[in-house]
Write a protein of this length. Structure first.
Length: 654
């Protein structure tokens, strides 16, 4: 931990109050939100107990709200019993049985509408199929699927019988899949022959076969959904088609009532070193925050068509595709493909056709579509949109403004949400009917969430615009339970400082004069330049504010004099310079950053490429960029990159 606070250099003064039309139809008034905050402040545990009794259906009501006896292994509602699938599906049948639960659109444009009654039947049938294959409460099941309705059905079916699912993103390699199978000692893998993505077939079954070739001895069965219909190998005695597994299965399946602390799922997130961490989430606490954030942040209403573009391989696809929306009776959109296929109008075309009212996506996608120009979205009718959201990383102010003006037509609130795989649900985010938003700020912590900034000694930073370490000082229901099979790693990763009293988010942030949070980047994405600690996100935002820059990523490399030099990787609006060199533009951008932030933040080096190294989920692989900036050989697995061909450009070899 550093001895100095992180310096904030980004200045953003624009304010956007909620639109009058939005306020008229909201379910969260200023008075109601004020009451929520006050209740949480008076007695945090009583506040969450009240929310849990209101929002969840319990088979055995809880008496104990929070067990802190073995902190930091906090246990919420430990003596209560419930079932996540029941809370998502069964309780919708009385009023919403014929309501559309899922609108699925395939890569090629095929569309399915699935009602809550149909979804309940399909989940029950597949849950019985899992039981017939020997799966029961506590068994681990790996789900390695395309982004299709059956992925959600598989997750819900596992939850229904108390099995613990671990979804592996369909873009991950055989090696990554194998690691996750072996770490969970999964008994069964659910996959598909393949998936459609950008007009191509993603080979899922063959990748699964490769993963299972050596090791993975715990796997007894592989269930395969036929999505693409191309020829694949099926191993006798191990592999079974989804349709065959379901044959003659009953369409009713009683839910298995589990303890609120029973693991609902394990989801792997990259560690800074070593193998990925299996983040373990509970059933009751996790589901509660997924529901409350749907109500507070998305203002979810019965008429909404909610589209979160995330894949279920990530936490966003768990909380805001598979669980939160269904538990609140929403209609959701699931999309198999990519935003730029067959052209950059795909998202907006789907919003128009499916009459999407709430749209939630990543800043990476927004910047890519922003680069394609405003004419494309302007050619579609986006009038059904009433709320926009961003997730996954801090959004730079210029992308926020484009989203607000071009997509939202200046009438849709933009909810910039800060949370993590480990937090399970939104922690800091606007309440759109009440919060005055600012481009680039995730605003304030939600009711019941005690977020703060501290220095290296754990002392709260109260001075405005002084950067520090973002921590959460009180437990919350959807918090990570542990790292699967490694309690010590859990303590070392998330409670390493401040005598283990505060959850360390791993992000640096500042608070402005009005108490709004601004995320400055990961703690390990902070540069130390001539004694000044600078957040990389702020330099990136300054670069993207230049009219010629579409996207940027900033990292540091060792410098003999300054400690660290600033290296910027830049994607332009327009063609990349010949040979990746444009000295005049480089000097212009350096001057621009100096004007926006200060001379200390000027990039020492700027490299131009056609794209940044991103995973297929859109996450920039910054560790890869740090290796490239330092001139180190790339030894890490790059098979999850969306486009490996850009590496020579980034290395200056093309």
């Amino acid at each position: 931990m550093s001895e100095h606070n992180i310096e904030s250099t980004l200045h953003e003064d624009r304010h956007f109050p909620p639109h009058a039309d939005f306020i008229k139809k909201t379910s969260i008034t200023t008075e109601k939100l004020t009451a929520l905050y006050k209740s949480a402040e008076i007695d945090n545990q009583a506040f969450w107990a009240d929310q849990a009794r209101t929002e969840l259906d319990w088979q055995t009501p809880f008496k104990t709200t929070l067990d802190s006896s073995n902190a930091p292994f906090y246990r919420w509602f430990p003596d209560g019993k419930l079932n996540a699938s029941y809370n998502c599906l069964d309780r919708q049948l009385a009023q919403n049985a014929d309501k559309t639960a899922i609108i699925f659109e395939g890569d090629a444009g095929d569309v399915q509408h699935i009602s809550y009654r149909e979804l309940h039947t399909r989940v029950c049938t597949f849950a019985n199929a899992l039981k017939a294959q020997g799966i029961s409460k506590g068994d681990r099941v790996i789900i390695y699927m395309p982004m299709i309705a059956e992925a959600v059905i598989a997750m819900q079916a596992c939850a229904r019988i108390g099995a613990i699912h671990s979804v592996v993103f369909g873009g991950f390699s055989a090696s990554s899949l194998k690691d996750r199978i072996e770490d969970t000692t999964a008994k069964l893998v659910i996959t598909a022959d393949g998936g459609h993505r950008g007009g191509k077939i993603i080979q899922l079954k063959s990748t699964t076969d490769t993963a299972l070739e050596s090791g993975c001895d715990s796997v007894e069965k592989v269930i395969v959904f036929k999505r693409t219909g191309h020829d694949i190998a099926m191993q006798a005695g191990r592999d079974i088609w989804w349709s065959d597994a379901e044959q003659d299965q009953n369409a009713e399946c009683e839910p298995v009532w589990v303890e609120a602390t029973h693991p609902l799922f394990i989801l792997y997130t990259s560690g800074s070193t070593g193998k990925p961490k299996g983040i373990q989430h509970s059933t009751g606490g996790y589901l509660l925050n997924a529901i409350t954030s749907m109500r507070w942040v998305f203002d979810i209403q019965p008429s909404d068509v909610f589209w979160c573009t995330a894949d279920v391989g990530w936490i966003t696809g768990h909380s805001y595709v598979a669980y939160g929306p269904l538990a609140t009776g929403a209609t959701i959109v699931i999309f198999e493909g990519v935003p730029t296929y067959p052209d950059a109008g795909r998202f907006w075309d789907m919003c128009q056709r499916h009459q999407v009212s709430i749209f939630y996506t990543a800043p990476t996608a927004i910047r890519a579509l922003m680069k394609a120009g405003a004419d494309i979205p302007n050619s579609y009718d986006l009038s059904t949109l009433r709320l926009l959201g961003t997730v996954g990383e801090p959004i730079n102010p210029e992308a926020w403004m484009w989203y607000h003006t071009v997509i939202g037509k200046e009438k849709c609130p933009v909810v910039d949400t800060w949370w993590q795989t480990e937090t399970g649900a939104h922690m800091i985010a606007p309440v759109p009917s009440v919060t005055v938003t600012k481009p680039g700020s995730c605003t304030r912590a939600l009711p019941g969430i005690d977020a703060a900034l501290v220095n290296q000694e754990g002392i709260e930073i109260t001075e405005a615009n002084q950067g520090g370490y973002l921590v959460i000082r009180q437990p919350w229901p959807s918090m990570v339970q542990t790292v699967w099979g490694d309690d010590q790693r859990y303590k070392d990763s998330y409670w390493p400082y401040f005598d283990g009293k505060y959850y360390l988010a791993g992000d640096s942030a500042r608070r402005d004069e009005e108490g709004y949070f601004w995320i400055m980047g990961r703690i390990d994405d902070v540069l130390n330049v001539s004694g000044h600690r600078l957040g990389t996100m702020e330099i990136e935002s300054a670069l993207v504010a230049h009219p010629r820059v579409a996207e940027s990523a900033v990292v540091g490399k060792p410098h003999d004099i300054k400690g660290e030099a600033v290296v910027a990787f830049v994607v332009l609006n327009g063609d990349r310079p010949d040979g990746g060199i444009d000295e005049a533009l480089t000097e212009e951008l350096r001057t621009w950053v100096g004007e926006q932030i200060g001379a200390i933040a000027k990039p020492d080096e700027i490299r131009y490429s056609d794209n940044l190294p991103k995973t297929r989920s859109g996450k920039i692989m910054r560790r890869l960029l740090r290796n490239i900036a330092k001139g180190e050989e790339i030894t890490q697995d790059t098979s999850t990159l969306e486009n490996e061909s850009i590496l020579p450009q980034l290395e200056g070899k093309a």
